[in-house]
Ligand binder design. Structure first.
Ligand SMILES: *Cc1c(COP(=O)(O)O)cnc(C)c1O
Length: 353
């Protein structure tokens, strides 16, 4: 740290992204990307758009927002897009949290939430997951503040029903409830359909996982038009041109290729069920996942050791060191071939090879 770094950020502990190694060709199952390239519609749109890069991008993100609004059956003024959904989540913490409305989230969830709270200098309230790693719904209903829940949760993969989400939203009439649906396409039910009914609900999704656009950086929020207007006030104060031209076009094209999206999601779900069955055959405990990853452990196997040995064998997964989950690893669901490589390496490790 230089001597110039602002005191107000002195205690900031930044988010640590998953490794993106360049040193060798890993079977990369550590950051929940899609194993499939984007839709062919996307490369065509991006190529055609390159000639327009001398001009600033559309600050209203009109074409991509319209495509998203049409897809979900909402109005264009109920949509905001961002440079990844991380940007939308940060805008939301900036817009809706303060000393009287702390950011409320689970102890085991997306690691960026505490960082957003810290950089926006707002207090937090942490609600431990229950013994079985599910969200403590009663505690979330009782705690006042701006709630953020990843549904399905990360890194557990456990999903709440829409009914339960509605109960939590209804319990917070005077604050915003953010449902982070980064993984919802892999088997959850989206809360977008509740947006008409609840003025305090903000649903956030991303193109990074189910739509194969992690490197394009595109995420979006859907909410009541007043919530979206507030988020736009923050956006126009920080970064009016927040989504570049090529990514706007990529997002629009991606939304238009529904068949490709649905086929890839179905493949990932099938590969997940296959992987879970194989892990359970080997004696692993796998939390019930509705995401494009599984969270697994095996008694007698140290989670850190499993991670390191896999890496030596060229398979990269995500290990977290916090006490409650240090014996788990989070394994992204890739192609069948990738999952077979992971399963083979794991079997060898169990056999001491
Ligand atoms: C991946 C992820 C995101 C954000 O991804 P972006 O690439 O910024 O859109 C948000 N929330 C959770 C829980 C995630 O896992």
């Amino acid at each position: 740290m230089s001597k110039f770094f602002s005191k107000k950020h002195g205690g900031l502990v930044a988010y640590t992204p998953g490794e993106q190694p360049k040193d060798r060709g890993y079977v990369k199952l550590n950051t929940n990307e899609s194993p499939f390239p984007p839709s062919p519609f996307v490369s065509a749109a991006v190529q055609a758009g390159a000639n327009g890069l001398n001009l600033y991008c559309d600050p209203e993100n009109t074409r991509v927002n319209t495509a998203i609004a049409n897809y979900y059956g909402v109005q264009k003024n109920q949509v905001i897009t961002g440079n990844g959904s991380d940007e939308i989540l940060n805008y939301a913490v900036c817009a809706f949290c303060d000393d009287t409305s702390p950011l409320v989230f689970a102890d085991i969830t997306y690691g960026f939430y505490p960082v957003f709270a810290k950089i926006n200098a707002v207090p937090t309230k942490i609600i431990p997951l229950k013994e079985d790693f599910s969200i403590d719904v009663e505690a979330f209903c009782a705690e006042q503040g701006t709630v953020v829940i990843a549904n399905p949760n990360a890194p557990t993969g456990i999903c709440l029903s829409l009914e339960t989400i509605e109960k939590i939203v209804a319990a917070h009439k005077n604050s915003v409830v953010i449902i982070d649906e980064a993984y919802v396409d892999f088997g959850g039910e989206s809360a977008v359909k509740l947006v008409e009914k609840y003025e305090n609900l903000l649903v956030v999704q991303t193109f990074s996982k189910s739509r194969s656009l992690a490197g394009g950086r595109l995420g979006f929020g859907i909410a009541n038009e007043k919530i979206i207007a507030d988020l736009n006030t923050v956006k126009y104060s920080l970064n009016p041109y927040n989504v570049n031209t090529l990514t706007q076009l990529a997002g629009e094209a991606s939304m238009q290729d529904k068949g490709y999206f649905e086929k890839n999601v179905a493949t990932v779900i099938a590969n997940r069920e296959y992987t879970v069955a194989k892990l359970e055959e080997m004696g692993f405990e796998v939390l019930p996942s509705k995401a494009n990853f599984v969270f697994a452990r095996k008694s007698g196997l140290d989670g850190g050791e499993w991670y390191v040995r896999l890496k030596e064998k060229g398979v990269l997964v995500r290990h977290f060191t916090s006490e409650r989950i240090k014996d788990f690893n989070r394994v992204t669901i890739g192609t069948k071939e990738q999952m077979d490589a992971f399963l083979k390496a794991t079997k060898e490790i169990l056999q001491g090879e």
